[in-house]
Ligand binder design. Structure first.
Ligand SMILES: [Zn+2]
Length: 471
């Protein structure tokens, strides 16, 4: 079995924010879960580097767009170490192999007759890098960016979406393209009919920073046509046949709710046009809000990533985000909730491991599989992953931790003086449960879980080092 998972590729107009971090951690956890199951996983992330906005920013700074992206990409690549991400490739849309793939896809769509030139008048939001309809706007402004789009008139290449609407509807309704959660799937099916052919290029006189359209040097590809193709380039399309055959189609694209239509409609249309099998799944996550409000510099409620990481370390941040934010809905980040969730983990798991390993060492009790686990949560846990609700999976594990602590409180093994068999049984049961818990936490909090699992790799159980040192 193979599992190919991707995140959205990030735009390099700033530093990574908490939303970027959340998306990467969600995808990383799913990737690690599938690796634990013994599947051959390929996990792709990267950066979206072309477009008008980058061109503008570079001009302002008096550097070339390439210099700008080379500088800004560093912090995104560094997320791997900082947040313990296990991605296999960081793709940049300026990578030469990607540029070749985009051109090939363009040529295929064109030879199918799906690309055509048209004069176009429209409203363009530079922040979204997309054209807006009047009906998309809220009091004349792009709702995602709170700015009025620019009126533009130009000749562009268009993609004949009309040719693929029926096929896309079929893919989604028969479950060959799964969209999580259900309400996002309905949303996509609702907008599918209204969507018109979309622009896939812009005149070079306006946009120079992009991939030139094959056989039309007056036009540069529209950033989405370029960006979406990264999922193909990432696994060797048109260059590494073997790798591509192994991993394609993508099993899951993890994306934010504001780019659903590009992934659920435009992307499958492009693939169908290019005679490539469409991806199989899309997980649409919500946005992180702060103190009940959308994060904004004006409100001063943005969450500083460095502060969040520095508070208790990487696993604590991973645990908090994955447990507190419902995977498929918006979720609130507050420092109070962060502290509560951290204490839940430190007290619940930390105490359990420390008490049990302490008693095991003192009484020379070894790990043995002859003891039955306190409860078997595997089925429930796996179901949460099938539904892509990582917060629910953590809830299931947290309940088991609590059940173990209650079991110990009731049995009071420290008070047992002369029934060695009984003591061995209680500790034995707890050791089996702890090993299971650590295995199930591994995709979420890899460092702490590995520390716990290492206890079972030694000849004798010895008291664990503190997992959550007091700060
Ligand atoms: Zn916008």
């Amino acid at each position: 079995m193979k599992f190919y998972i991707t995140t959205a590729i990030d735009y390099l107009n700033g530093r990574p924010h908490i939303g970027h971090v959340f998306e990467k951690i969600v995808a990383d956890t799913i990737a690690r879960y599938h690796r634990e199951k013994g599947e051959e996983v390929f996990f792709l992330t990267g950066s979206d580097e072309h477009g008008f906005k980058m061109q503008q920013m570079a001009e302002k700074e008096g550097i070339t767009p390439q210099e700008l992206v080379d500088r800004n990409v560093k912090e995104f690549v560094a997320m791997k170490e900082r947040f313990n991400l296990s991605f296999d490739r960081f793709i940049r849309t300026t990578d030469p192999d990607h540029i070749e793939v985009v051109k090939k896809i363009w040529e295929r769509c064109k030879s199918k007759g799906d690309l055509y030139l048209k004069k176009y008048q429209g409203l363009y939001c530079t922040e979204c890098e997309s054209f807006k309809k009047e009906s998309d706007l809220v009091s004349g402004k792009c709702p995602d960016h709170d700015r009025a789009p620019d009126a533009v008139e130009e000749e562009n290449w268009f993609f004949k979406l009309a040719n693929y609407k029926d096929k896309i509807r079929e893919l989604i309704t028969n479950g060959n393209l799964k969209i999580y959660p259900e309400h996002r799937k309905k949303e996509v099916l609702n907008i599918l009919n209204e969507l018109e052919d979309f622009s896939v290029s812009r005149p070079k006189e306006k946009l120079t920073w992009g991939i030139e359209v094959p056989d039309d040097s007056t036009q540069v590809m529209y950033v989405w046509f370029d960006a979406l193709a990264n999922y193909l380039s990432g696994v060797g399309a048109f260059s590494d046949e073997e790798k591509f055959r192994k991993y394609w189609p993508a099993d899951l694209h993890v994306i934010g709710k504001d780019i659903t239509r590009f992934h659920a409609i435009y992307w499958p249309a492009m693939l169908l046009s290019a005679d490539i099998e469409p991806s199989k799944g899309i997980l649409v996550h919500g946005h992180i809000i702060s103190g009940g409000k959308k994060m904004s510099k004006t409100l001063g409620n943005t969450i500083d990533v460095d502060e969040a990481l520095g508070r208790y370390g990487v696993d604590a941040l991973r645990y908090f985000l994955l447990r507190e934010i419902p995977t498929t809905e918006d979720g609130d980040f507050t420092w109070e909730r962060f502290d509560i969730r951290y204490n839940e983990l430190a007290n619940g798991l930390g105490n359990l491991v420390s008490r049990v390993t302490n008693l095991a060492e003192k009484n020379n009790i070894a790990f043995s599989e002859k003891y039955q686990d306190l409860e078997n949560i595997s089925e429930e846990y796996d179901k949460c992953f099938t539904e892509l609700r990582l917060d629910k999976a953590l809830e299931v594990v947290a309940k088991k931790i609590e059940a173990c602590n209650n079991f110990i409180a009731k049995e009071e093994p420290w008070a047992i003086k002369d029934d060695k068999e009984k003591l061995e049984e209680i500790i034995g049961i707890c050791l089996v449960a702890i090993k299971d818990i650590a295995g199930k936490l591994l995709p979420f909090i890899p460092e702490i879980s590995e520390k716990i699992l290492s206890i079972f790799k030694q000849e004798k159980i010895v008291k664990a080092e503190p997992l959550f040192p007091k700060k």
